[in-house]
Design a protein around this ligand. Structure first.
Ligand code: F2R
Ligand code: MG
Ligand code: MG
Length: 349
């Protein structure tokens, strides 16, 4: 489809759900051989699958909250979103949430709470979380708003409900911008795509809070820009090993060690890769590659799935894969409603 087509919206949300569901198998694993990944993915094609449906985790549970809040309110509403996060956690606490964020989710349900950003600010001795929980649920902001200024503003505020550290919320900004650019067809020129992200993140990371949080964590100034430059260097190499990707970009639970990695996975898999089936399309290659990294596979695949899905569109996702994943069918419906909301936004029509 063309820029911001419904097929791209459907691809982005279904791609995210699929990444979460298929990636859950390897979350926390080290040294995941590609054969194991392909065996897992081949299982999705079997008619007589004994394993049943793959369940989604916190990544999709919180993304659902963002989608439902944006659709119900027709705008960003921090009180409504905070309430939905808290209620979702209360109803289904076993979705594999981060061990820190559950304290925020419990406190967000207090009727006495007036400042919904306060519980997140109190995390980790007042430093706030740098986890990737804000970024993993950021895609809907790129699907509800067409103006990059709105996307940056609301993905940041949406993440700050649980992640007040700049390295946490700027990961969400980067992820939302990557989905936005992919939706516009910008991945057709990969160098321009990464340069646009660097230029946007230079602005985001110039802010005082971002600079002081990077210093406090002994990270270089402009940590996301530094990582995105590493992505560019890796893109220019003729061969890149999985070990190199992990050591240069990371595969961990910190947003800084997973959002640039997810972006790299999408870029790297734009072309066919050795070790992956020739029959695989780009989105299938991307998800398989994310899983083979090990580490935070559900979240890296969820984020890469959203970006790749926005690029390739829903046609790139095998129906058999969708049928195996909890929430994939519902994601198609969200995509249609978000597409309508997007078209009503100032630059969306
Ligand atoms: N939690 C997981 N996976 C662990 C295994 C779950 C297992 N499947 C199960 O069911 O038990 N996955 C999910 O968590 C990630 C998103 O986490 P989020 O929302 O960012 O949580 P949190 O707690 O804020 O941060 C995660 C961890 O990062 C470290 N951390 C963050 N900020 C820190 C700081 N300022 N100082 C020190 N450490 C900090 C802590 O270890 C946090 O617990 C996704 O992977 C999602 O899939
Ligand atoms: Mg998860
Ligand atoms: Mg995870």
């Amino acid at each position: 489809g063309g820029p911001a087509s419904l097929a791209r919206f459907r691809g982005a949300l279904v791609g995210a759900v699929l990444g979460d569901c298929v990636g859950g198998e390897f979350e926390g694993a080290e040294d995941v051989p590609m054969e194991r990944v392909l065996q897992h993915l081949n299982g999705l094609e079997q008619d007589d699958r004994g394993d049943g449906i793959l369940q989604y985790s916190d990544d999709t549970a919180m993304t659902r909250c963002v989608v439902q809040s944006l659709l119900t309110r027709g705008a960003f509403d921090q009180h409504d979103l905070a309430h939905r996060f808290a209620e979702e956690y209360r109803h289904a606490p076993g979705r594999g949430y981060g061990s820190g964020v559950i304290q925020v989710l419990r406190r967000l349900s207090s009727p006495r709470l007036t400042d919904v950003y306060q519980p997140a600010r109190a995390q980790f001795g007042g430093r706030g979380s740098f986890g990737n929980g804000g970024a993993m649920r950021a895609a809907p902001f790129a699907l509800a708003f067409s103006d990059p200024a709105d996307i940056k503003r609301y993905s940041r505020l949406g993440a700050m409900l649980t992640h007040s550290c700049a390295l946490g919320y700027n990961g969400a900004v980067l992820q939302a911008l990557a989905v936005h650019l992919a939706l516009q067809g910008a991945l057709a020129v990969p160098q321009a795509f990464i340069n646009s992200l660097i230029s946007e993140m230079e602005d985001a990371e110039a802010e005082d809070h971002a600079r002081s949080d990077a210093r406090a964590l002994n990270e270089p100034e402009f940590p996301y820009c530094t990582r995105l430059h590493k992505v560019k260097e890796l893109m220019e190499k003729s061969t890149v090993s999985i070990e190199e990707v992990i050591s240069e970009l990371g595969n961990g639970i910190a947003a800084l060690h997973s959002v640039p990695t997810a972006i790299f996975c999408v870029l790297h898999c734009l072309e066919p890769q050795g070790g992956l089936p020739d029959a695989y399309g780009g989105l299938q290659r991307t998800l398989a590659y994310c899983l083979a990294l090990g580490g935070d596979t559900d979240t890296i695949a969820c984020m890469a799935g959203a970006i790749a899905g926005a690029h390739y569109g829903i046609e790139a996702i095998p129906p058999a894969w969708q049928r195996c994943c909890e929430g994939a069918e519902e994601a198609e419906v969200w995509a249609e409603h978000l597409h309508q909301l997007y078209q009503r936004s100032p630059r969306g029509g």
